[in-house]
Design a protein around this ligand. Structure first.
Ligand code: HEC
Length: 105
């Protein structure tokens, strides 16, 4: 009985991990957002060569469009595809952070 409970807990945890990147990866992703995405969108994401990635701007756009923009990039623009560097789960997680607003402190 006990073993089954432990197994269920592990299975549950694995499921949670599949949806969100591990915490070390989250740190890496936030670093990437600031330094790689930030190179074009501004370190504080207020825009530069690329448009601002602030919650109030992104909230007005369909999530699928934003996902596809990051996954495939935008042809004929400077926005590069990230599909070789980020998994769909990681892109969704980054979008969630962007939509909630990144705490700059
Ligand atoms: C080399 C410059 C560059 C880099 C690096 C870059 N972007 Fe972009 N990004 C752009 C440009 C330019 C656009 C606008 C494309 C257009 O004109 O439609 C854009 C558009 C976007 C959009 C759509 C915004 C909107 O309002 O429709 C999102 C979301 C986005 N980028 C996220 C990211 C993320 C996340 C990263 C890092 C993983 C990233 N970008 C890295 C240049 C860049």
């Amino acid at each position: 009985m006990k073993i089954i409970t432990i197994f269920l807990l592990l299975a549950l945890q694995a499921n949670v991990c599949a949806k969100e990147p591990a915490s070390e990866r989250q740190t890496e992703l936030l670093y990437l957002l600031k330094h790689d995405c930030g190179a074009c969108h501004g370190m504080t994401l207020k825009g530069g060569l690329g448009p601002p990635l602030l919650p109030e701007v992104l909230a007005t756009k369909p999530k699928e469009l934003l996902f596809n923009t990051i996954f495939y990039g935008r042809m004929e623009t400077a926005m590069p595809p990230w599909q070789n560097f980020l998994t769909p789960e990681e892109i969704n997680w980054l979008l969630k952070q962007l939509l909630e607003g990144i705490d700059e402190s």
